[in-house]
Design a protein around this ligand. Structure first.
Ligand code: FES
Length: 140
């Protein structure tokens, strides 16, 4: 027997709103929420006093964007452009590989890093340290 149209489930027409499960499994915050545990967060503060929370395992730049702050310039989000360069004044973090043209060994030892390539392991104090500002793209 066929159900009337009004009783049928609505069709999912906008697939862009559904994140693939494989993508969600890579997000530590989602997995922590799914397990019913609150994700650990670290406080990221700038010299100016502005601050935001960064979840454990989350990139600093991504957390800043989630907090809707504009303290660090956003570019490629993958370590390629150097737009998100910061100096770590206090705190510790895990670092992914960074191009030597953006952060060489001496600069890394002095605390410079690309914020899209670091995840905090403690509260941090940062200073914006971009070498050359990346021009903003104009929308057509
Ligand atoms: S946003 Fe391009 S290197 Fe971080």
């Amino acid at each position: 027997m066929m159900h009337p149209v009004s009783e049928r489930r609505p069709a999912i027409t906008d697939r862009t709103k559904l994140a693939p499960m494989e993508t969600l499994k890579k997000d530590p915050a989602f997995m922590a929420d799914a397990a019913g545990t609150a994700p650990k967060t670290y406080r990221i503060t700038f010299e100016s006093g502005d601050s935001f929370d960064c979840r454990e395992g989350e990139k600093v730049l991504a957390a800043m964007e989630r907090a809707r702050l504009r303290k660090i310039q956003v570019g490629c989000r993958g370590g390629g452009c150097g737009a998100c360069r910061v100096q770590i004044l206090q705190g510790d973090c895990d670092r992914l590989r960074m191009g030597k043209n953006h952060v060489d060994d001496a600069e890394a030892a002095a605390g410079f890093a690309l914020s899209c390539r670091i995840t905090p392991t403690s509260d941090m104090v940062l200073r914006n340290a971009v070498k050359t500002p990346v021009p903003r793209q104009k929308c057509a």
